[in-house]
Design a protein around this ligand. Structure first.
Ligand SMILES: [Zn+2]
Length: 187
């Protein structure tokens, strides 16, 4: 029920990925702190609290980890601001399903690196990888169409593909995604 990205995943540079500027990261060493490292983003600046006893190398490791987590959280929040995927799904639902599909949520996630999209038929939730946010709209629409079709037909059988093929750029989009997953240049 998922559009496979690749077995090993891919860490491409995403045009829509939120990145913190190194000068917007402040590291505070705290003697009260024994083990835990924490970080909070405030007004676009990240403040990381680390135990005072950490070595410079340990500090760098934990700061990078917190930074990555915060960047992914912020990317997710920004991509979903205004619920754009839900609006797009509603349009595809009207156009290709007569508006008959029902779903609880359609969102971008940043923890999905091995698949482009997934659908929980039971919960009615559709999740798209943030990798898609930097791709052409017609590619993202294909993945949405694919996941929406699973609400009608959970398996990848003939009936399923008949539904997905109502979307005219299915073949082209699948070719694009295969090339992307292999790390080939895509156009
Ligand atoms: Zn599928």
């Amino acid at each position: 029920m998922a559009v496979v990205l690749s077995a090993r995943g891919r860490t491409a540079s995403h045009s829509r990925m939120f990145k913190l500027d190194p000068q917007d990261i402040e590291v505070v060493r705290s003697v009260q702190r024994r083990k835990t490292v924490s970080g909070a983003l405030k007004h676009g600046k990240l403040r990381v609290l680390v135990p005072a006893h950490l070595s410079k190398a340990e500090e760098a490791y934990f700061v990078a980890k917190v930074r990555r987590r915060v960047e992914l959280q912020e990317t997710k929040a920004r991509l979903n601001h205004g619920d754009p995927l839900r609006k797009r799904a509603d349009e595809l639902n009207r156009r290709y399903f007569g508006g008959k599909l029902a779903y609880a949520s359609v969102t971008y996630v940043t923890n999905q690196n091995s698949v482009f999209g997934s659908c929980s038929v039971r919960r009615g939730t559709i999740r798209l990888s943030h990798h898609l946010a930097g791709m052409p709209e017609w590619v993202r629409d294909y993945v949405l169409m694919h996941e929406l079709a699973h609400l009608v037909e959970p398996g990848h059988n003939r009936r399923f593909w008949e539904i997905v093929n109502r979307y005219p750029r299915t073949r082209e989009a699948r070719r694009y995604l295969r090339a992307y997953a292999k790390g080939e240049p895509v156009s």
